[in-house]
Design a protein around this ligand. Structure first.
Ligand code: NAG
Ligand code: NAG
Length: 201
């Protein structure tokens, strides 16, 4: 009886799997070997075009184009990812973190101002972080360690580009201010030191 139930469960699972239209990324993730993955990819699937336009728009003039396993299925299993940032005049990629991995960022065609907040000691997590403030000239590169808040600013009046390489195909991006200001107002007020109004009010 138990075995019968299991085989019914397996049969209905494969029935469901067949009925679902799997994306190429999902098929690649299920493939049992590298060779099996290559069999699923046509020649043109090996091309990603960073010139195809934004994955996300920046609020302060510019956009990002992300190559991840979702936007570029051929990355599945390769352990790398990449983003290109286009910052317009005075464009600002506001403070954000990549939960998935460390960023290796190179200024492609002009100077950028970058800021990086390094993690404090675990014994004093409320200590002000060390901020690394750099002027990155053309072809200079820096790292933003995994999970560390950082930002890039284009101080010029021309459009400039940077390239960000990652050792993961799922680097992610969380904008710090959007995340912070999503919490309830009274939590924000207390966190910012307004002790006159407690959370219990
Ligand atoms: C960062 O460095 C630049 C260039 O040296 C300087 O103009 C700017 O004031 C610095 N910013 C901060 C917040 O330290
Ligand atoms: C830098 O490269 C980007 C992307 O190709 C381009 O849009 C921008 O005009 C370039 N800027 C300069 C100053 O060459």
């Amino acid at each position: 009886m138990f075995l019968q139930l299991i085989s019914i469960a397996i049969l209905s699972f494969s029935g469901i799997a067949a009925a679902i239209d799997l994306t190429l990324t999902q098929q690649l993730m299920l493939a049992p070997s590298r060779h099996a993955r290559y069999e699923l990819l046509k020649d043109e699937d090996f091309v990603f075009d960073f010139g195809k336009g934004p994955s996300s728009e920046l609020v302060n003039g510019g956009y990002l184009v992300d190559a991840t396993s979702e936007t570029f299925p051929a990355l599945v299993g390769q352990g790398v990812g990449m983003a290109v940032g286009i910052l317009g005049p005075c464009g600002f990629n506001t403070p954000h973190v990549h939960v998935g991995g460390t960023e290796f960022n190179i200024a492609l065609n002009g100077t950028f101002q970058t800021f990086l907040a390094l993690e404090p000691p675990t014994t004093d997590s409320g200590a002000p972080p060390r901020v690394v403030n750099l002027t990155m000239n053309t072809l200079q590169a820096t790292i933003f360690p995994q999970g560390s808040p950082h930002m890039e600013f284009n101080p010029s009046c021309e459009t400039r580009a940077f390239v960000a390489a990652f050792g993961t195909d799922d680097f992610g991006r969380t904008q710090e201010f959007e995340a912070l200001f999503s919490v309830p107002d009274d939590v924000l007020e207390d966190s910012l030191g307004d002790s006159s109004q407690s959370l219990a009010d």
